[in-house]
Ligand binder design. Structure first.
Ligand code: MN
Length: 233
């Protein structure tokens, strides 16, 4: 046993759908500005504002077990916490400088995720030319459902992605609208970082992002992956 000065923190992990096995999370990469209509709603020009990468800590993952309603704790220091429904890609085989045509062989599976955002803090940071961590990388900022292995789910290249709040549809798009598709994301990311098994990638959100308040109920869906439900505490 290693002689740590305190008990080592637990390994973040999420369930693999339909099994008793778990996927250990190493890193959480996120893509911003990856749906044209969302780039516009955020006040940017898609032509001049290509997708960008940022990260969240692995222990920001908030697992919602299959079929259950999760609880998202309303974060501190914000008056404008936004939902961003996203397709999550889980890497199963590492690599660097991965060619887009080979990218699919690196995918373990897919999940539904929410890139929860303290929009007021993110905007203030962006305006001041500061990093986004306070807006994006807070505790429980990455709720997600179980991972569906690609071997069963197939390749998710098209299909509806949507989010309802209190029964009203707020976000709706299609995976085919991704500016960088999953293969291109993996290729681009692997040129910047050596990917490893356990890395998960939030692939960006369609238009319609907006605020949630305590007591709200969010229900996200992606064709082929079921639902992700959370109540805001
Ligand atoms: Mn996002």
């Amino acid at each position: 046993m290693t002689n740590y000065v305190f008990i080592a923190p637990p390994q973040p992990s999420v369930a693999i759908a339909g099994t008793d096995r778990r996927y250990p999370v190493r890193r959480v990469y996120c893509i911003g500005r990856n749906y044209e209509a969302h780039v516009r709603e955020m006040g940017h020009d898609p032509e001049r504002s290509p997708p960008i990468f940022f990260c969240k800590p692995a222990d920001a993952v908030l697992e919602v077990p299959q079929g259950e309603e999760g609880v998202f704790p309303y974060p501190a220091q914000t008056g404008n916490c936004h939902h961003e429904i996203e397709l999550v890609v889980a890497i199963g085989k590492g690599g660097k400088d991965i060619a887009p045509a080979q990218a699919r062989t690196h995918v373990f599976g897919y999940a539904i995720g929410l890139d929860m955002t303290r929009r007021d803090l993110q905007r203030a940071a962006a305006k001041a030319g500061q990093p986004w961590e306070t807006g994006k990388a807070f505790d429980a900022s990455a709720p997600m459902g179980p991972i569906h292995p690609a071997a069963k789910a197939g390749r998710l290249e098209a299909g509806e992605i949507s989010l309802d709040v209190n029964g009203r549809t707020k976000q709706r798009g299609d995976l085919s609208q991704l500016i960088w598709n999953v293969d291109e994301i993996i290729a681009a990311l692997s040129r910047l970082f050596e990917l490893q098994p356990g890395d998960i990638i939030f692939t960006g959100t369609p238009e319609g992002v907006g605020e949630v308040k305590a007591g709200d109920r969010m229900s996200g869906a992606i064709a082929g992956l079921g639902e992700l439900r959370l109540r805001v505490a």
